[in-house]
Design a protein around this ligand. Structure first.
Ligand code: DSN
Length: 472
């Protein structure tokens, strides 16, 4: 990660100011740094932002309201925020080769909501207004408005099933997307664990969705987005790809051609804090035909933008445009493969038998464990992962049968393929030494194993310090 020699002074001064007002918060900020430094973090969706990115967020840009878009705000005095948003959007367009970028979403869910409503506005609302010869929804009478509301709420979405690695915001009932859309899922081939494009095509032909959602949060392989677009075109759907997990691999040109969603999907959403290594937030990229609808994200879905976070997005996106970032993205994938190979050599069962992105999904039922037991036992030994369902998981989404591992964070710290092999050994030691208890959450793990693994994990981290220039 790009270092910042004087960051130490800046963070110290900032913490002193916080401490003077609410010392408990200063204490917790300091403790979080220690915890991050001491964790062998394999959570696939987390990373470490650069000091420059973090510092760009902690300032008075936060104080400004700027509803609207660049040059068209509902508040006066937005010149600086206009500059910030324009620079962030320019970096995003250039980095990903997109026609248009909207950098206001506060999170991935927000980005997806903006994208869903942009497609609904383009494909349902705008044609209805033309039909009714109205310029604006406010011009409609009660009956026409009610008919349009029903039409907007009656649309169909096809997304990847949760247990195949899809995401809750891709039309599932606990999320608002599942309440807005009639949803159907596509999944993976039970024999290989790989995305079943033929079955997806069949479902799309039969279901005729308005939107096909590509993208995942727990699928350890590349997706052929050219093929998804071909299917979407055949059934008249808009292809929307949520690349939150692998945006860093697209930015770093590890995923190119058919595996880069941007040239193939009409609209692409992402978070900015996962493999992309920016601040916590979201973003939408789209083709020119959707730009005007996406730009209405605020106030359609979002509250006022967070100018300080847009500034941090601009910094992180500038970092992602460097050759160093491309090297980082390649190492993320190399490390995931080394971790997967190390686990396979030691007898692990991996969903799809390996990885070609940053994710490794381990089926821990091979060790007689639930995901919950494995996650807790690994945490005891200082290895932070998260439990995750595997395809057709008999233990459901709470206990699960899997653990999801990811390499973006440890790669940022500088760990390489040799260390990944050693981490595979540590994980195997914990999984093979953990005895399942009477319930799906209980287990026993020998204290000597815990001490040995935690000691070695600590040595590995000690050799690759996090934010070495910060000496708090
Ligand atoms: N929470 C993110 C993840 O862990 O994949 C997705 O929203």
């Amino acid at each position: 990660m790009p270092t910042a020699p004087h960051a130490d002074t800046a963070f110290r001064a900032g913490l002193d100011a916080v401490r003077a007002v609410e010392p408990r918060i200063a204490e917790l900020i300091g403790q979080e740094l220690t915890a991050q430094r001491e964790s062998l973090k394999l959570i696939a969706s987390e990373n470490y932002a650069s000091p420059a990115t973090l510092l760009a967020m902690g300032n008075w840009l936060s104080d400004k309201y700027a509803e609207g878009t660049v040059g068209r705000r509902f508040y006066a005095g937005c010149q600086q925020v206009d500059g910030v948003e324009a620079i962030a959007a320019e970096h995003a367009r250039e980095l990903f080769g997109a026609d248009h970028a909207y950098v206001q979403p506060h999170s991935g869910i927000d980005a997806n909501l903006v994208a869903f409503w942009a497609v609904l506005a383009q494909r349902v609302e705008a044609p209805a207004l033309r039909r009714l010869e109205a310029r604006h929804v406010n011009d409609l009478g009660e009956a026409d408005w009610e008919a349009l509301r029903q039409e907007l709420g009656g649309q169909r979405m096809l997304g990847m099933s949760l247990d195949a690695g899809g995401h809750l915001t891709h039309g599932f009932r606990p999320n608002i997307s599942g309440k807005m859309f009639h949803q159907r899922s596509y999944g993976t081939d039970p024999a290989t664990g790989l995305l079943d494009y033929a079955a997806l095509r069949e479902t799309a032909r039969e279901f005729r969705p308005l939107i096909i959602v590509g993208g995942y949060s727990a699928y350890p392989r590349r997706v052929d987005f050219a093929k998804l677009r071909e299917i979407a075109d055949e059934v008249g759907a808009t292809l929307l790809v949520d690349m939150a997990h692998f945006a860093g691999l697209v930015a770093g040109k590890v995923f190119t051609g058919d595996f880069d969603p941007v040239p193939h999907a009409q609209i692409v959403t992402t978070t900015t804090h996962k493999s992309l290594r920016g601040p916590r937030g979201g973003m939408v990229l789209c083709d020119d035909s959707l730009a005007e609808h996406v730009d209405r994200g605020c106030p359609m879905v979002l509250g006022g933008p967070l100018p300080h976070v847009m500034a941090a997005k601009a910094v992180a996106l500038a970092e992602a445009r460097t050759p160093a970032f491309a090297g980082y993205a390649q190492r993320v994938v190399d490390n995931a493969r080394a971790l997967a190979d190390g686990l396979l050599r030691r007898g692990a069962r991996l969903v799809t038998g390996g990885t070609d992105n940053h994710i490794v999904l381990v089926d821990v039922s091979a060790h007689g464990l639930t995901g919950r037991q494995a996650e807790a036992a690994l945490l005891d030994a200082g290895i932070v992962t998260n439990r995750n369902a595997v395809p057709q998981d008999p233990n459901g989404a709470w206990y699960t049968s899997g653990i999801r591992l990811g390499t973006p964070a440890l790669t940022t710290r500088g760990l390489g393929t040799d260390e990944m092999d050693e981490i595979a050994e540590l994980i195997t030691t914990v999984l093979t030494s953990t005895d399942p208890g009477a319930s799906k959450a209980r287990y026993t793990l020998d204290a000597d194993v815990v001490a040995k693994v935690a000691g070695r994990a600590s040595d590995l981290l000690g050799a690759h310090p996090l934010y070495p220039e910060i000496t708090l």
